[in-house]
Design a protein around this ligand. Structure first.
Ligand code: ADP
Ligand code: MG
Length: 247
């Protein structure tokens, strides 16, 4: 018993919580199945690694700042035009993130742009990628305050180091020229380093007007579209449809 408690204390000192959590099970299993020393060691290290991977995914899921969790399984592809289930399923292997490709969702409100973006982001986090989700209005707020506010600075740093940046709701609110410049810099700095998902209710032709600078908008779109899959969705708003159902 002394050795057991000593082991637990050593594991705590070494910060091997995965081993500590599974110690009883590993020992019992080894005794019952008469495992060799090397098999036991192997199990011990494997349990620590699985624990760390799980913890990192949990931390990254929180750090992504998803407004809600959405899944592809809960998405009804029959209700929306412009995207097929197989196209989305193809994206679930996240190879497009390894290749720093972008995904752009266009279309009217309530059509599932945010749902699909979050679902792709959640899968990416589960596969070990670092993801950040931001609505464009908040992203601009963060960019504007990053030099004077520590929390904004940290968030921007995390965004810049992410494998996937999801920028939601471009187009609902006009962006001032200075704000558009900050946004452009972010796109420019992450170009070919990170993947970006963008959702917008406005087609790119109207982006210049929204951002008040056509040259800069063209340069931004050039980067976003260089390695990109573009989906222009259409159909009836899911929100309105469900509202009608409740009436
Ligand atoms: P958008 O971002 O295009 O405005 P959302 O993704 O926010 O739309 O969708 C609005 C709501 O409807 C969300 O709760 C979303 O989960 C749901 N929704 C939209 N389209 C679908 C769909 N095809 N299947 C299932 N749920 C959907
Ligand atoms: Mg949305």
């Amino acid at each position: 018993m002394k050795a057991y408690e000593q082991t637990l204390s050593l594991l705590k000192t070494l910060n091997l919580r995965g081993v500590a959590n599974s110690l009883d099970e590993v020992i019992n299993d080894a005794e019952i199945r008469k495992h060799s020393y090397i098999t036991v060691l192997n199990t011990v290290f494997t349990s620590e690694i699985s624990y760390r991977v799980k913890r990192r995914v949990e931390r990254n899921m929180i750090g992504a700042h998803f407004p809600v969790i959405k899944r592809i399984d809960h998405f009804d592809f029959g209700r929306v035009k412009g995207i097929g289930k197989s196209e989305v399923v193809n994206l679930l292997d996240c190879r497009w993130i390894d290749n720093q490709e972008n995904v752009l969702f266009f279309g009217p409100p309530g059509i599932g742009k945010t749902h699909l973006s979050i679902a792709l982001g959640v899968v990416a986090v589960e596969k070990g990628y670092k993801v950040c989700f931001e609505r464009i209005t908040n992203l601009i707020k963060l960019l504007k305050t990053s030099e004077i506010q520590k929390t904004s600075e940290y968030r921007i740093k995390r965004i810049m180091k992410s494998d996937l940046i999801i920028i939601d709701e471009i187009g609902y609110t006009p962006i001032e020229k200075r704000e558009a410049n900050l946004f452009f810099n972010l796109i420019s700095e992450t170009y070919e380093k990170a993947s970006i998902i963008v959702t917008s209710n406005k087609s790119f032709e109207s982006w210049a007007e929204m951002m008040g600078d056509s040259i800069m908008t063209t340069a931004m779109l050039d980067r976003l579209l260089h390695h990109a899959r573009v989906f222009t969705l259409d159909g009836e708003s899911y929100r309105i449809k469900n509202q009608n159902k409740e009436e």
